[in-house]
Each structure stands twice: as structure tokens, then as C-alpha cells.
Design a protein around this ligand. Structure first.
Ligand code: HEM
Ligand code: NAG
Ligand code: NAG
Ligand code: NAG
Length: 377
């Protein structure tokens, strides 16, 4: 009897301690719940930007989704541990301050590109982000969330609307306070590749991680490099987060889609397609070509590596321990029917400029039909 009572006490105690501490979920609007009450506001933001009349026009992979994704990079990458605002006076008189000040050049993913847009838009690398900044600003203010959080959230939701896309991590709680990032930290397509790789390394990204991040260009179009052909896409499937971008950038360039050669532009393989000079070079450089080629037949790796690199980028300059994980608010993207890229119709494997010396170019099929061309999105 005593033994039975003892067992009862033990099992009760076990039952109590077995209850996970976070089982109680915060109640949010419309019957939804979250692991943390601070995540609830993001469901309301989600409803707003995914609405038919909202930013993403009913949860689509529209231009605003592409632009929001681009903005995550332009806000975050303006972060440099090595370039400080150090005046000569500081160096002369307060040498110990150097250690404190260096490391604060550009606050990273801090929303400064919205808060200080008048200053940061003077950097030509930020050409074309003005429109999305003015669309995001009133929404962030309306929902009383920081600009830094809002940029990363809009980018994550935007790319989740693209078929085959990633479900990115989303951490909330960035401060709304920021200072303007200095010009020169955001890479430009005409920058020499050594400079691009150095800049990315300075911000903490390897050459392979740059390639991983460039999966974003699978859902991209340009407006500013050649303003005469706005909306012309970087690959044949700009609403799909697929591997086409990685094969199409390796095709031999034959012509410019618009008004001739512009700064930061390279020849593309078929009518209407736009190719960024940096993408052309990164696809072929020995330091990046193998990672680039690997994604042509491995969409899953492309998504998982992009997800990992984006998680790193989204918290540049932030104290991760002060943020709360609200990833559960990010929608699950639709999956792709086919995950291996194809050679666009009218072209062949002979048009590929294979650039990875370690691995032969994969045998992929050629899409049937007449020569490919692509229209503005
Ligand atoms: C070497 C690094 C990079 C360079 C030089 C670069 C440059 C550019 C340029 C010039 C455009 C066209 C802008 C326009 O004319 O409208 C563009 C578009 C875009 N970029 Fe990048 N980019 C780089 C890396 C990234 C990264 C890391 C991301 C990740 C988030 C990203 C996301 C995008 C997206 C989504 C677009 C399409 C925007 C739209 O369709 O409106 N880029 N990029
Ligand atoms: C963030 O700062 C801007 C001014 O730059 C302000 O308009 C906005 O209300 C602030 N948002 C929050 C959540 O404090
Ligand atoms: C906006 O958020 C701040 C904290 O970030 C809070 O102090 C303030 O009361 C909020 N304003 C409104 C109108 O909810
Ligand atoms: C095309 O470029 C030429 C110079 O190469 C320029 O004179 C002309 O105005 C441009 N056309 C348009 C439509 O911008």
C-alpha cells in the first residue's frame, strides 16, 4: 500500500515535470496562437500584406515580393566590422575608443534604409529600392513594428509566395533606432569580383554563401540598369524560386535585351532576358563556379543553403539573444512539380560555358518548342 502510494507520488511528480514549459501558447487574432505573445502582431501584418488589395496582391510572387526580398539585402549588408566612423582626432586622442567605435559602420539589419532613406538612397548601389521603401514605411508605422523587423518579415513572406521558395526564419525584436549606413557597403554589379568577395567576407559571408544568397536572383527583374526595358527578368521563370537562374546565367551571352550595353550589364542568351554583369562573373569564377553549378540539379540544396545564409544575413548587427523566434508566422510555400533545371528551348548543352573544374556539367534536358524569349514581368 505504502509502495503503491509512493509510486503514485512518483508518477504524479513525473507527469508534472514532463509538461513542457512552453505548452501555453499566446492567443492571437482570428483564433490563431503563437509561442510568444510578441509574435501575434505579425499575424496581423501577414493578413494585411497578403490581402487581395495588399502589398503582395493575394499572396503572390509579384514585383513587390521581389523588391521586398532585395531590400533585406540592401538594409542588412551595410554592416562592416572593419570600417568604422573613426575620425583622425579619435585615433590621435582616444586610442582605446577605437575598439569601441570600429565595428559600428552600418548597423546591419536595422531598418536604417527606411529610417534614413534620404541619406542611404544617395548610394547608387541602392538604385531602385526607393519605391518599395515608400510602400513598406507606412505599413510598419501602422502596425507599430520596427523598420528592421518589417523589412526582414516582408522579404520572408514575399519569397514564401514564390513557388519552390524557402520558408525563412523570422526573428522579431530589432530596435527601431538606427543611424544611416555610409555609402559603399552594398555591392554593385559592375564592381570587380575581388571587391565583391572582399565586401561579402568583411560582412561575414564566404564565396559559397554569396552564391547561396544569389538564389534570390531566381525571382528577379531589373528596372534601373537599363531603364528602357523595365521589368525584364534574370531568368525565364521570375515567379518561381527554381534552379533555372543558375543554368541560364551559364549560357553563352549573345545580345542585350534593350538599349545596348549598360554599366553592370552582360549579354544574355535569348531575347528579353537580362543578365547582371556580377552574376555573369560569379557564375564563371573558380571560387564560386562549383557552388553555382551544383544548384542546377539540386533545388533542395539551393533552398536549404539560401535559408541558412538568409538567417545569418537577417541578424547582421543584431543581438540574436534579444530577438524572439516568430518563424511560425511565415507561410509554407507551394512546392515545385519539377526540381531540375532545363536548357531553354532553341539552345543546347553546347551553349553552356561550363566553369566548374571539379565536376562535369550535369546532363540536363532541353525544353521542347520554338526559341525561348521572355517578356517583362
Ligand atoms: C553581388 C551581389 C549583388 C549585386 C551586385 C546585386 C545587384 C542587383 C541589381 C543591380 C538588381 C536589379 C535592380 C533593378 O534595376 O531594379 C538586383 C535585383 C535583385 N536582387 Fe540583387 N544583387 C546582389 C545580391 C543580392 C542578394 C544577396 C539578394 C538577396 C536577398 C538579392 C536580391 C535581389 C532581388 C530579389 C532582386 C530583384 C528585384 C526586383 O525584381 O525588383 N540580390 N540585384
Ligand atoms: C520608427 O521610427 C520612425 C521614425 O524614423 C517612426 O516614424 C516610427 O513610428 C517608429 N516606429 C516604432 C515602432 O517605434
Ligand atoms: C508602439 O510600440 C512601443 C514599443 O515598441 C510602445 O511603447 C507603444 O506604446 C506602442 N504604441 C502603440 C500606439 O501601440
Ligand atoms: C539608347 O542609348 C543611346 C546611347 O547609346 C541614347 O542616345 C538613347 O537616347 C537611348 N535610348 C533610350 C530610349 O533611352
Amino acid at each position: 500500500m505504502l509502495f503503491k502510494a509512493f509510486l503514485l507520488v512518483v508518477s504524479l511528480a513525473l507527469a508534472v515535470t514532463a509538461v513542457p514549459p512552453h505548452v501555453k501558447r499566446a492567443a492571437c487574432s482570428n483564433g490563431r496562437s503563437a509561442n510568444d505573445a510578441r509574435c501575434c502582431v505579425w499575424f496581423d501584418v501577414l493578413d494585411d500584406i497578403q490581402a487581395d488589395e495588399g502589398l503582395f496582391e493575394g499572396g503572390q510572387c509579384v514585383e513587390e515580393a521581389h523588391e521586398s526580398l532585395r531590400l533585406t539585402f540592401h538594409d542588412a549588408i551595410a554592416f562592416s566590422p572593419t570600417q568604422g566612423y573613426v575620425s583622425e582626432l579619435t585615433i590621435l586622442f582616444v586610442p582605446y575608443l577605437l575598439i569601441v567605435i570600429v565595428g559600428h559602420s552600418g548597423g546591419g539589419a536595422d531598418g536604417s534604409i527606411i529610417a534614413h532613406s534620404d541619406e542611404e538612397l544617395k548610394d547608387p548601389a541602392n538604385n531602385g529600392v526607393d519605391e518599395i521603401i515608400e510602400k513598406l514605411r507606412p505599413l510598419a508605422i501602422k502596425h507599430n513594428v520596427s523598420f528592421g523587423d518589417f523589412i526582414q518579415f516582408a522579404g520572408a513572406v514575399g519569397v514564401s509566395n514564390c513557388m519552390g521558395g524557402p520558408r525563412l526564419q523570422f526573428l522579431a525584436g530589432r530596435s527601431n533606432d538606427s543611424t544611416a549606413a555610409p555609402a559603399g557597403l552594398v555591392p554593385k554589379p559592375e564592381d570587380p569580383i575581388d571587391q565583391i568577395l572582399d565586401r561579402m567576407a568583411d560582412a561575414g559571408f564566404s564565396a559559397n554563401e554569396l552564391v547561396d544568397l544569389l538564389a534570390s536572383h531566381s525571382v528577379a527583374a531589373q528596372d534601373t540598369i537599363d531603364p528602357t526595358i523595365q521589368g525584364h527578368p534574370f531568368d525565364s521563370t521570375p515567379s518561381t524560386f527554381d534552379s533555372q537562374f543558375f543554368v541560364e546565367t551559364l549560357l553563352k551571352g549573345t545580345s542585350f535585351p534593350g538599349n545596348g550595353s549598360n554599366v553592370g550589364e552582360a549579354e544574355s542568351p535569348y531575347p528579353g532576358e537580362f543578365r547582371l554583369l556580377s552574376d555573369q562573373v560569379i557564375a564563371r569564377d573558380s571560387r564560386t563556379a562549383c557552388e553555382w553549378q551544383s544548384f542546377i540539379t539540386d533545388h533542395d540544396a539551393m533552398v536549404s543553403k539560401f535559408t541558412a545564409a538568409m538567417a545569418k544575413m537577417a541578424v547582421l548587427g543584431q543581438d540574436v539573444n534579444s530577438l524572439v523566434d516568430c518563424s511560425e508566422v511565415i507561410p509554407t510555400p507551394a512546392t515545385l512539380a519539377t526540381k531540375v533545371a532545363v536548357i531553354p528551348a532553341g539552345l543546347s548543352l553546347d551553349d553552356i560555358e561550363a566553369s566548374c573544374s571539379e565536376t562535369p556539367f550535369p546532363t540536363i534536358s532541353v525544353a521542347p518548342g520554338a526559341e525561348t524569349s521572355v517578356a517583362a514581368v
